[in-house]
Design a protein around this ligand. Structure first.
Ligand SMILES: NC(=O)c1ccc[n+]([C@@H]2O[C@H](COP(=O)([O-])OP(=O)(O)OC[C@H]3O[C@@H](n4cnc5c(N)ncnc54)[C@H](O)[C@@H]3O)[C@@H](O)[C@H]2O)c1
Length: 413
């Protein structure tokens, strides 16, 4: 039973005609309507009373100031809630509209509860199930989704949805409701980012008289580092002798060619902002003695050039903090060439800050910054003293994060 406030849509659907242009929709609507498996109405109350589950798929457009317009979601939640007041059997309410994290729990559930006079999770169930179909291939995407994400406050709330989607050839991921709400945004933002990335690269290639097709083919052929989950785990800023330099030279070249590539130009400022986030996290502790574990930009290397860890230390020293550094990969005596020149220029007295004594560096600090994966999470945890603060830049595995009397903060998790 389809419900809409738009009479024209309802009349079309109820007479077996698709109200939208969409591949396979005309046949699907005609077939299912003829088989008496699809009807439509403007009467939400009757639809709720005559069904076991309601999918709420109303629009969530932008307001002129960019804010999400939740008026349709609120209105439909009120209608369903009012209908639930008179319903004897258990009902499942599934929100499918794209909404910001927290909306189901702060708006939809309270509205359903106040209009029905009943309690969510007890008298009726609420789930969030984001929609991943694309217009133009919506039917095909529905039957072959990338995955099905089911959000609920308790996994038992998902029994009916699990059964409903059991026939789809896709993995089902079960999460809390706000995580399911956010998952939809992360996907859409990433798609938008990819489109504009490809377009800016294409624009640059065309201006450089390069074959964009060839370059796209080469780029997308790398499924290890390019089209993969590599570099998609939140952690610390990038650095080293390649990425910053290469971004700088390519955006500089684009400027010389009078090209405006705001996405590519925003990457280095975004990276710098991430270092600032780390500085702010340390300053917020109001502590003076800092242990920095990790100096090179990546574990397993002693390359200090453009290391964000080095930039972080330099800024902490500038704020008057005392910093002691440990990095098993870095020995000043072994540094040579541009690597040595770089560190001597950025932190001239680095020698007096660097120590090979891990225990002493950790124990004498008030704040321990984990800035390298060279150190084992449990190695840090076993050395920490009550009252110490850990700021994690490398995203230690959950099981290796310190607990109890030690305060732990991840830079972006
Ligand atoms: N369009 C897509 O491909 C797509 C894909 C994924 C997610 N989404 C999300 O799904 C939601 C819906 O998108 P859409 O493109 O279908 O929107 P839409 O505006 O085209 O359709 C929403 C429908 O809801 C109806 N409606 C409004 N209030 C109602 C009420 N109280 N009772 C019954 N019907 C009511 C409207 O009349 C309209 O027909 C949005 O949150 C959107 O972000 C859309």
């Amino acid at each position: 039973m389809g419900v809409d406030v738009n009479r024209a849509k309802v009349e079309m659907l109820d007479s077996g005609r698709s109200p939208i242009i969409e591949a396979r929709m005309t046949e699907l609507v005609a077939e299912t309507n003829k088989a008496c498996r699809l009807h439509a109405t403007t009467d939400a109350n009757a639809a709720v009373l005559g069904s076991d589950v309601s999918f709420l798929c109303v629009g969530t457009p932008s307001l002129p100031n960019g804010k999400l317009d939740l008026s349709h979601v609120e209105h439909v939640a009120r209608e369903v809630g009012t209908a639930l007041k008179g319903k004897k059997s258990h009902h499942v309410v599934v929100l499918r509209s794209t909404v910001l994290p927290g909306t189901t729990e702060s708006l939809v559930i309270p509205t359903l509860e106040s209009c029905s006079g009943r309690r969510a999770g007890v008298d009726f169930t609420v789930c969030y199930n984001p929609e991943f179909m694309r217009e133009g291939s919506a039917v095909a995407d529905f039957f072959q989704p990338p995955y099905t994400i089911l959000g609920a406050q308790s996994s038992v709330h998902l029994d009916l949805l699990r059964e409903l989607y059991a026939g789809l050839p896709a993995q089902t991921l079960e999460t809390a409701i706000p995580a399911a709400e956010m998952a939809k945004y992360v996907s859409n933002i990433f798609h938008a980012l990819k489109v504009d990335f490809a377009n800016e690269i294409g624009t640059l290639c065309k201006r450089l008289e390069l074959d964009t097709q060839v370059i796209t083919k080469v780029f997308t052929s790398d499924t290890k580092l390019n089209i993969s989950s590599a570099y998609l785990t939140p952690g610390f800023a990038f650095g080293g002798s390649c990425l910053p330099k290469d971004l700088r030279s390519i955006t500089r070249r684009a400027k010389e060619l009078d090209l405006n590539l705001p996405l590519l130009e925003s990457i280095l400022p975004s990276n710098a902002e991430h270092v600032t986030r780390a500085v702010d996290a340390v300053l917020r502790t109001n502590k003076k003695k800092i242990a920095m574990l990790g100096l090179s930009f990546k574990a397993g290397t002693d390359d200090l050039r453009e290391s964000p860890q080095v930039q972080l230390i330099k800024r902490l020293l500038g704020e008057g903090l005392q910093v002691q550094i440990w990095d098993q990969d870095v020995s000043l005596g072994r540094l040579a060439g541009s690597n040595r020149l770089y560190i001597e220029e950025v932190i001239p007295h680095i020698g007096s800050l660097l120590s090979t004594d891990f225990d002493q560096v950790v124990r004498s600090a008030e704040v321990v910054i984990v800035g390298t994966r060279s150190v084992d999470g449990s190695q840090i945890s076993s050395r920490l003293l009550p009252g110490q603060i850990v700021i994690d830049l490398v995203n230690l595995e959950s099981s290796r994060r310190p607990r109890g009397t030690i305060s732990y903060e991840g830079i972006c998790w």
